[in-house]
Design a protein around this ligand. Sequence first.
Ligand SMILES: [Zn+2]
Length: 379
Amino acid sequence: MPADLYCPDCERTYDAGPAEPWRCACGRALEFADRPYPEGEPLPLSRLDTSDGLWTFFEFLPIEPHVTFHEGFTPLVDAPAWDAAFKLEYVFPTGSFKDRGATTTLSRAVELGVEKVVEDSSGNAGAAIATYAARAGLEADVYVPADVKQSKLMAIQRAGARPVRIEGSRQDVTDACIGTVEGETADGDDAPFQTGEGWYASHAWNPAFYAGTMTFAFEVAAQRDWTVPDAVVLPIGHGTLFLGAYRGFSLLEEAGIVDDVPRLLGAQAAGTAPIVESVGGDPLGGADESTDVADGIEIAAPAREDELYEAIEATDGDAIALGGDPIEATLDRLHRSGFYVEPTSAVAPAALEQYREQGTLSASDDVVVPLTGSGLKTL
Ligand SMILES: [Zn+2]
């Protein structure tokens, strides 16, 4: 039975199904009513069968594995020049960590008997949803900005998904997408049930996506012999990986598998830094102007903004903004060190340096940083 949906704010519940609402009547993003986890001690990595990739951790997931390439278990490698460990999240079938959420989201779509999925994205999430829809044999419409990058458009089209170009802002693209999935509601108090024109496989709103990104935390802990680092520095756009990490580490702690949740330190780009603002930081990060180099995290209004703030508060975390210059300099340094990533992936390692300089992190702190997207797709 597919897991039902639940609103942590107003405690309404909704039955699972292709017409389930894409958000709560109160406006909040929905979550799964179930948060399963296994009992007892976990196996050491040497005895863990990891051949199913991130689905190795199926006992933590409220979804059955229907659509998978056995993705995940990305390498965790030393990065001596940064005195940190990098998790190579660009080592996925579509070249970004978004596959973590795409495998669980499309698996959920199959569980619900959905025939068509819709998503809005300007990049990696659209490519991931299109690719996993192809794997599932489902139709997919991906709403994209009219000026979408050609390489990202190709990844969507070649997988057989239909790109729908929308003129206007990134929000206009989202609004157009939601307009096709959302049914008429009697009044403002009703939840927006879905019409059957497509199920909203949104990386920002759909809880199935975050079930997938939680596996980042399980892998980090397993790869470190079921311990957690002192801190993880992650980029924040909608915060799909940031919140996934928070939920995953929290679930491990709740299951008694680890003793602590690491400090979660966020990184945003100067000029598009709503979370930095909400923690009282400088949204320009000391830079003179905003930057558009990190197009993957240019999100002015994250779908789960309040929860991002809570995750930072709960872990003694923080969020800072980085200007274009440190991002570009870090990208160059990453490439010269053999990490061929896209510009957005340089924001978190650039933030790591800043966090050390300002004393948020000490030299002895043990830090993990994900590198989120491949450089190959930016060509
Ligand atoms: Zn609600």
